[in-house]
Design a protein around this ligand. Structure first.
Ligand SMILES: [Zn+2]
Length: 246
């Protein structure tokens, strides 16, 4: 069912006149001019869930999880519109650049980008790890701008049940056991970080912060500090997220 649905969606994207992933308007391309302008106008800003889980790094979000940004993320992640990876990866790169500047290190400090991994099942359903694809694009974009950025995948995601129905404490428990370390890559990362590279954890949406806290905790336990996490969107109700995006 999923396979058929995904295939059909992809096919529809190819052969039917385009609809904007942000607002549904008809027209050429995956995004209309208005939504493109809206997304490009977003400005990364610090966000913090309330309460923040222990060990959560400083977080920066490009925007709130609403409007065109929410629709585009859903279209990319859940409806198989992979052509949006380019736009979203570019937005992620700009959020990383802004986040690092806000966090203190000067522009140009070497970066190690660590996307939160999909479980194998999710990656299968989505025809590939959705954050890995965005992080790869973001790294290319940063490197093209003269900012050295590498991609690291030191964790794999263990199979897990959908956590959407869990409360905050349940999510934190589930997140803590969700990732398995790749020891050799972690050891290499620790060396690179010790020589001044800044590790940045990446995710698409910040809700409770449990996932990013778990990722940072896993890395920290292996001697890899994670001073910063960058997300594309943060859900509202979070302290700081009401900061005007302009
Ligand atoms: Zn639109």
């Amino acid at each position: 069912m999923t396979w058929l649905g995904q295939t059909w969606t992809g096919l529809a994207d190819l052969v039917l006149p385009g609809t904007c992933a942000g607002c549904g308007a008809g027209g050429p391309g995956a995004l209309c001019a208005n939504c493109t302008r809206l997304l490009r106008g977003l400005r990364a800003h610090p966000v913090r869930p309330t309460p923040a889980p222990p060990g959560l790094p400083g977080c920066v979000a490009l925007g709130g999880y609403e409007g065109a940004l929410r629709e585009v993320l859903l279209a990319y992640k859940e409806r198989g519109r992979h052509t949006l990876a380019r736009t979203l990866g570019d937005l992620l790169a700009s959020a990383v650049a802004a986040g690092v500047r806000l966090a203190g290190p000067p522009a140009g400090t070497p970066l190690l980008l660590v996307p939160v991994p999909d479980t194998a099942a999710a990656a299968r359903d989505r025809y590939g790890d959705h954050m890995l694809r965005l992080a790869r694009r973001a790294a290319v974009r940063l490197n093209a701008a003269g900012w050295p950025a590498g991609l690291a995948t030191p964790l794999s995601a263990r199979p897990r049940a959908d956590s959407a129905h869990l409360d905050r404490a349940g999510r934190a428990d589930a997140a803590a056991g969700a990732f398995a370390p790749r020891t050799r890559e972690l050891a290499r990362m620790a060396e690179v970080a010790a020589r001044g590279a800044v590790v940045v954890a990446l995710d698409d949406i910040l809700t409770t912060g449990a996932t990013l806290a778990a990722v940072a905790g896993r890395l920290r336990a292996s001697g890899v500090p994670v001073p910063l996490a960058v997300v594309l969107a943060a859900t509202r109700r979070r302290a700081g997220s009401r900061t005007p995006s302009g």
